[in-house]
Design a protein around this ligand. Structure first.
Ligand code: AVJ
Length: 337
């Protein structure tokens, strides 16, 4: 099996150069956090949701009755994976933010079936080494014809460092509506980088959450079991541990609202009291007033036709689109012309 599985660390080069580079990376993160916390409204980058505890909580969110996103995308994939594989033919499958790769299995089943015993090449990319390694090992066991070359690191960096493509084209997958975490500006920059990483006839498969009633959207981010609230509050535990801060999560309350002007869910942590939070390394104290909000996430909702136009401007043509019966969620397949 080991000859079918290869893991590459995108950051290892810089870290190996000198021991202090590790510290400076953490320091950069710290500066970024400090910057975000001093904005109006104060912000904490969403990537800090996903420590070990937060990743478990997110898996739980995906099972919630109110959180329709994962369930709907899975259903669409089950109904369309064969058709997608038929359209693209055998591809090197690159997945941005592969995570536990549960949904990927549906695609890989279709592609291994199509390849009729020929190797299928899969390039999962994830920031979390443990989740990438364990899911890659499982996939190799499950699919004897699979060759996995995993990349540990930021997927935006990974786009410029993809391993060579051994078949005629690539399929880059970006599922789960993670695109929704990007502001319009970040989204545009991401599309530029994506188009640059693709050559003529490569494919891009994108999963996006669509516009729908405010009630359904708000409920999906304010579940009755309060798992999303725990997930949101856990970000404070994580930054406390990571940066030696002293947020008291119990003094904050979770809120998720739909901003209809910007067409996005906004998740906040609202301070219940006046409090001071110390940032020890920067010698700075934050004075957070009662009622003050910290923005932890935006989750934008999309219209497939808007995305189609944006990607058309980058040289990608829509090949096929798949949706659920209610048009709540959309899976879009593009081809670089
Ligand atoms: C993983 C970013 C797509 O925005 O719906 C779930 C994260 N936040 N519940 C989303 C999330 C609150 C999720 N994404």
């Amino acid at each position: 099996m080991s000859n079918r599985l290869h893991i590459e660390y995108l950051l290892s080069q810089t870290i190996d150069q000198s021991a202090s580079n590790c510290d400076s990376l953490l320091y950069q993160e710290y500066q970024e956090l400090l910057n975000c916390l001093n904005q109006l409204p104060r912000q904490i980058p969403s990537k800090y949701f996903y420590d070990a505890e937060g990743s478990l909580l997110f898996e739980q969110i995906c099972q919630l009755p109110e959180y329709y996103l994962t369930r709907t995308e899975t259903e669409i994939l089950e109904n369309s994976a064969q058709a997608i594989a038929q359209i693209t033919g055998n591809c090197q499958i690159v997945e941005l933010g592969s995570g536990s790769a549960t949904k990927t299995r549906i695609l890989l089943s279709a592609y291994t079936h199509l390849a009729k015993g020929q190797p299928v090449f899969y390039v999962p990319i994830d920031i979390s080494e443990s989740i990438l390694t364990s899911s890659a090992e499982q996939l190799c066991q499950q699919y004897p014809t699979l060759r996995v070359h995993g990349l540990v690191g930021d997927y935006e960096i990974a786009l410029s460092k993809l391993p060579p493509c051994p078949v005629s084209q690539r399929l880059i997958c970006f599922l789960g509506s993670t695109l929704g975490n990007f502001s319009p500006k970040q989204c545009n920059a991401f599309f530029d980088r994506l188009a640059l990483a693709m050559v003529r006839h490569d494919y891009f498969l994108l999963g996006v959450d669509c516009h729908k009633s405010v009630e359904i959207l708000t409920r999906a981010y304010n579940d009755s079991a309060q798992v999303t609230a725990q997930f949101n509050l856990n970000i404070l535990h994580h930054v406390n541990r990571r940066f030696g801060m002293n947020f008291v999560p119990e003094l904050f309350r979770h809120e998720a609202i739909y901003n209809s002007e910007l067409q996005q869910i906004e998740m906040y942590l609202i301070s219940q009291v006046d409090q001071t939070v110390v940032m020890p390394w920067a010698n700075q104290t934050l004075h957070i007033k009662a009622g003050e909000r910290i923005l932890t996430e935006i989750s934008r909702k999309f219209s497939p036709m808007d995305i189609k136009q944006q990607l058309q401007a980058k040289g990608l043509e829509l090949s096929a689109s798949f949706s659920d019966r209610q048009n709540w969620y959309s899976l879009l397949l593009f081809r670089r012309s």
